[in-house]
Design a protein around this ligand. Structure first.
Ligand code: NAD
Length: 463
């Protein structure tokens, strides 16, 4: 007995009727999604607090308002985004009509992770609905409270013949992926991304893979350490470091490290007080498995600041360090001893790797997988631009953190090991639309078109 078959057949039949295509239907779904966010604000905030100990402010900023903004943007621009794009023409097609039509793929599967369980489920959903698709949503089974709200409440706000939430972990998702979808949008780890892509290959289903990775943060000697510490700490410890685009490790000289560490200490105290554990602004690790993994990372180097933890509360103190000389980071033994080389940190730990120069930092970055995000801090725009010009990553930020995610005019997406495809704002609409090349000619004008037919006489070839 296949638990998904009936649901998927129902959605596909609904799509085939064409009911999701009109702008009015799409707008009604987006409005429903907006109402879901407003009516269930408290429920969602409570669920996020239970899952991740998120403060209401952090939940609002990074989950609820972000999702609402995407809904509002899509509603405002829907008619415009849906318009055909006119295409330029040649002499032979001058009288025809050539354009690119944005049409829905059909039945779309969205698979989400646990770290921003509202945002990373609903923001892709906005794009899929705006583009006129039927959608199966698979939230993360790990952020259980949020999964429950999404499963119980969200379908009430959307047309249930075109939309479904399905639940489950790896095993259930594996069975779900045996079915044919017209598009799969996955956010999660590179390891699972490969499983998703392999499953999609069987049906030649196109995919967007929003994956993770290690995001280097280069800090130049020419910088104000306190400013850098404030900006890095804000974005490293936001959501307790469980953010795919968070700075994963710092690359700097030993001299800059000595200036940066006291600045980070002072920032952490200012942000979270003398006892960060009692701060309402610091979350918790999602579960014991992740806690133990992070605990292991803390033990693999010399932690400069913090390092306190409590498994019963899933608490880990914001901890700059451990420190690694670049040579040790690259040591063949290091990966086994010190996970940072292999896996993204995904927690409130911030390893520091010592390099002697910008060139060495660039070399260090280029010898690794392409990151999802790359950060460079320097008073010198030349240094920032060199880092930009000589490296590749999903996104690049100079002298800031992942504030760029608030701009729907910039896409979110990886490159290489950090993913493929992009979304946010109009990029989402385009991702979930097939761009269909269309040329509409006339049944008449045959005399004019004669010119193309064999035999290709001498005078025709002269044209
Ligand atoms: P994950 O890859 O373990 O799980 C993601 C989703 O895949 C979940 O819904 C899960 O149920 C499902 N899944 C897990 N194992 C599966 C399997 N074997 N077969 C089929 N489905 C499976 O990721 P996670 O732990 O939930 O999230 C953390 C990861 O996500 C990190 O690597 C992080 O960097 C990444 N991430 C990326 C972005 C981005 O925008 N690029 C955003 C957030 C998180």
């Amino acid at each position: 007995m296949d638990p998904f078959e009936d649901t998927l057949r129902r959605l596909r039949e609904a799509f085939n009727t064409g009911r999701t295509r009109p702008a009015a239907f799409r707008a009604a779904q987006l409005e429903g999604l907006g109402r879901f966010l407003q009516d269930n604000k408290q429920l969602l905030q409570d669920a996020l607090a239970q899952d991740l100990h998120k403060s209401p402010f952090e939940s609002d900023v990074s989950e609820l308002i972000t999702s609402q903004n995407e809904v509002d943007l899509a509603l405002k621009n829907l008619q415009d985004w849906m318009k055909d794009d006119p295409a330029s023409k040649s002499l032979l097609t001058r009288l025809d009509s050539a354009f690119v039509r944005k049409e829905p793929f059909g039945l779309v599967l969205i698979i989400a992770p646990w770290n921003y369980p509202v945002n990373l489920t609903l923001v892709p959903l906005v794009g899929a609905l705006a583009a006129g698709n039927c959608v199966v949503l698979k939230p993360s089974e790990i952020s259980k409270s949020t999964e429950k709200v999404l499963a119980e409440m969200l379908p009430q706000y959307l047309d249930q013949s075109c939309f479904a939430v399905v639940l489950g972990g790896p095993q259930e998702t594996g069975r779900l992926l045996e079915h044919k979808f017209d598009y799969i949008f996955f956010t999660g780890s590179p390891r699972v991304g490969k499983i998703i892509m392999a499953a999609a290959t069987k049906h030649l289903t196109p995919v967007t893979l929003e994956l993770g990775g290690k995001n280097p943060c280069y800090v130049d000697d020419d910088c104000d350490p306190q400013t850098v510490a404030n900006r890095v700490a804000l974005f490293r410890y936001f959501n307790t470091g469980q953010t795919c685009v968070a700075p994963d490790y710092i690359l700097c000289s030993p001299e800059t490290q000595e200036r940066l560490l006291p600045a980070l200490q002072s920032t952490i105290t200012r942000f979270y007080g003398d006892d960060p554990r009692s701060s309402p602004y610091l979350g918790r690790i999602i579960n014991q498995k992740q806690f133990q993994r992070l605990q292991g990372l803390l033990g693999c180097g010399r932690v400069a600041i913090g390092g306190q933890s409590d498994e019963s509360d899933l608490y880990i103190e914001p901890s700059p360090g451990p420190r690694f000389p670049a040579a040790q980071f690259q040591d063949a033994d290091a990966p086994r001893r010190c996970g940072p080389e292999l896996e993204e940190i995904f927690g409130p730990i911030l390893p520091i790797v010592n390099v002697r120069s910008l060139d060495e930092a660039i070399d260090f970055i280029k010898r690794r997988e392409k990151p999802l995000a790359l950060y460079a801090f320097s008073n010198s725009s030349q240094v920032v631009n060199q880092m930009l010009d000589r490296t590749s990553s999903g996104s690049f930020v100079g002298n800031e953190g992942f504030i760029y995610l608030t701009l729907p005019s910039l896409p979110l997406g990886g490159v290489g090991n950090s993913g493929m495809g992009r979304y946010h704002g109009k990029f989402s609409f385009d991702t979930f639309s097939h761009h269909r090349a269309c040329l509409l000619s006339y049944p008449g004008l045959e005399k004019l078109k004669e010119i193309r037919y064999p035999p290709f006489t001498y005078w025709k070839q002269q044209l």
